[in-house]
Design a protein around this ligand. Structure first.
Ligand SMILES: O=C(O)CCC(=O)N[C@@H](CCC(=O)O)C(=O)O
Ligand SMILES: [Zn+2]
Length: 335
């Protein structure tokens, strides 16, 4: 039982498909804890502060560093060494994929949100629907300040090790304070996305007005091979948020913001990338350089210094195979 062992990760890996029993118990101070489904754990303080926080990891099953990070936070909460003063929902996204150490089993779960799961069959589609429901029930309970940090790690090496993806805001200003929160947590790079997506963070941002981000915390590694020191800064920012201590938002923290310049979807099996398999995220190219080819169609850098992010020729047809980014333009609205 989670109440005794405090180890959400082991519990989830042991029962990845069916929870043997729901658990509900109270921590010292009256915080109500509910394990309502596999990897879905809710903390409800008796008199919560204003923030409603969703923290998710493992939407891609092999991205273990952030899963271990959330497990540490849960252990501290259950042991009483971290006080929960805001409402909190912890989600481990894709437990069956976590068990086998794979990004996905049938479908990329981070393309199934905002209802796109209804266009697919199988466990990942059902789980995406279940996660949406958990987030909906959590946020709908009140009009709090809503946050969702969906934690990931990248497949490739990256010239910028940690970075956040800021989902499309339909023209609403991007929030400097949110970027400063992340920057003070060691996430020194942000990408502004300019179109709706079917990602988990866009779902929370778009449907619930949450300050929501996909946060990349380094490179994919197996369980037990992650360096907890490298995420210590963001982990302590999250601790502050959970315990309603002032978070760090020093505007002087290093931060580089990029606009997504091109979003390139794979249209055919002939799609190829025109650079080495080990080219790191944020490698820069010059105007006119050929980046990818899809049959007859060529994709080239449109400006000097255009950099690649998340190149992946193996994605399913129709899905994003490459982003390119440029330093943020002056016209972006910030508040
Ligand atoms: O390294 C990669 O190629 C993918 C890492 C990853 O899973 N990234 C997320 C980003 C989601 C977003 O754009 O908000 C994803 O591709 O789902
Ligand atoms: Zn991921």
């Amino acid at each position: 039982m989670l109440q005794q062992h405090h180890d959400l990760l082991s519990h989830t890996l042991k029962y990845p498909s069916n929870l043997p029993q729901q658990e509900q118990f109270e921590l010292a101070g009256g915080v109500e804890v509910s394990l309502t489904d596999v990897g879905i754990l809710r903390f409800e303080p008796p008199q919560p502060d204003a923030a409603d926080i969703v923290l998710s990891a493992g939407v891609h099953g092999n991205e273990t560093g952030p899963i271990e990070l959330l497990n540490r936070l849960v252990q501290e909460l259950l042991a009483g060494t971290l006080n929960c003063r805001n409402r909190l929902l912890i989600l481990l996204g894709n437990p069956p994929a976590m068990v086998v150490g794979k990004r996905e089993l049938e479908h990329n779960m981070n393309r199934l949100f905002s209802g796109n799961h209804s266009n697919y069959q199988g466990d990942e589609a059902q789980r995406a629907k279940r996660l949406e429901l958990a987030v909906t029930e959590f946020f709908q309970q009140r009009d709090g300040q809503r946050y969702h940090y969906d934690l990931h790690t990248a497949i490739r090496d990256s010239k910028r090790e940690k970075f956040a993806i800021y989902p499309f805001r339909h023209g609403k200003p991007w929030k400097r304070q949110q970027l400063a929160f992340l920057a003070n947590g060691g996430i020194d790079t942000a990408l502004l996305i300019h179109s709706p997506q079917t990602t988990f963070s866009y779902f929370s941002s778009n449907q619930f007005g949450a300050d929501a981000f996909t946060v990349e915390l380094g490179k994919v590694r197996p369980f037990g091979h992650n360096d907890s020191q490298s995420v210590a800064q963001i982990e302590s920012q999250l601790r502050r948020l959970i315990s309603a201590e002032p978070v760090l938002i020093d505007a002087a923290a290093p931060l580089t913001v990029f606009d997504v310049a091109q979003e390139i979807n794979k249209q055919s099996d002939a799609f190829t990338l025109n650079f080495a398999d080990d080219a790191a995220n944020f490698t820069e190219y010059q105007r006119g350089d050929l980046l990818a080819q899809d049959g007859e169609v060529e994709y080239r850098a449109k400006a000097d210094g255009e950099a690649i992010v998340f190149p992946n020729a193996k994605v399913a047809l129709g899905q994003r195979a490459l982003l390119t980014v440029l330093p943020v333009g002056a016209e972006q609205p910030f508040e």
